[in-house]
Ligand binder design. Structure first.
Ligand code: ADP
Ligand code: 5GP
Length: 212
């Protein structure tokens, strides 16, 4: 039975585990595509252009927005971020799921877009604020100044938790991953994710009518 792709949105305060769960979910099901965002942020060590992000100048980013190429965009931590539209549309039509690592503003815009009916949104909460800071520090990718800035803004992100379909406290990594997989598997069976159901039921009806 054919199915439509889901737009799987993962959000959380910075450091709560979006990237980790993005990687794990794609390792579990490699058919899930990652929506590579465009950003004006400077690349971190190890980040690859076109794989982690499409790194853009502010001018190029604004041109993409003006030309209507973005499904959503937002200003986060002093930089612009946005999700290009075309790869998402292609994936949905091919019945392939797309994973988004976006903030609450991006999640809202995607839900309000014409593709909103295919959204599955998940918010990760940290087990505690102390643990959130510890994770940001042990990730070792940001300066103390940047970590402080991200911690300052984490409440703003957390305050949007009610807008998501599912909320997971990312305590034990494996247990949280298992819960996320269960959610994805269930959501794939949603009636409006299965475009061929009406035809199938019609077929069943014909069989009934024929007395089978
Ligand atoms: P985000 O993408 O939300 O900013 P990351 O996925 O980069 O966060 O996670 C931040 C840090 O916390 C990483 O070093 C990651 O390995 C670690 N981490 C993520 N989830 C857990 C967890 N459940 N338990 C312990 N450490 C975790
Ligand atoms: P980072 O700089 O740590 O990679 O990401 C910072 C924040 O920007 C995270 O909350 C992340 O989810 C968000 N983000 C990344 N890409 C996008 C995007 O395309 N759109 C929006 N709205 N937020 C994004």
């Amino acid at each position: 039975m054919a199915r439509r792709g889901l737009l799987i949105i993962l959000s959380s305060p910075s450091g709560a585990g979006k990237s980790t769960h993005t990687k794990r979910l794609r390792a579990w099901d490699p058919t899930i595509r990652f929506s590579v965002s465009a950003t004006t942020r400077t690349p971190r060590e190890g980040e690859v252009n076109g794989v982690d992000y499409h790194f853009k100048t502010e001018e190029d980013f604004k041109a993409l927005v003006t030309d209507g190429k973005m499904l959503e965009h937002a200003h986060v931590f002093g930089n612009f971020y946005g999700s290009p539209m075309d790869p998402v549309r292609d994936a949905i039509n091919e019945g392939v799921d797309v994973l988004f690592d976006v903030d609450w503003q991006g999640a809202e815009q995607i839900k309000d877009s014409p593709l909103g009916q295919h959204v599955l949104s998940v918010f990760f909460l940290p087990p505690s604020i102390k643990e959130l800071r510890r994770r940001l520090e042990t990730r070792g990718q940001d300066s103390m100044e940047v970590i402080d800035k991200r911690m300052d803004q984490s409440w703003d992100e957390i305050s949007h938790w009610r807008s998501y379909d599912y909320v997971l406290v990312n305590d034990d990594l494996d247990a949280t991953e298992a819960r996320l997989r269960t959610i994805v598997e269930a959501e794939r069976q949603r009636r409006d994710q299965q475009p061929d159901l009406a035809d199938h039921v019609r077929q069943l009806q014909d069989e009934f009518a024929e007395g089978k």
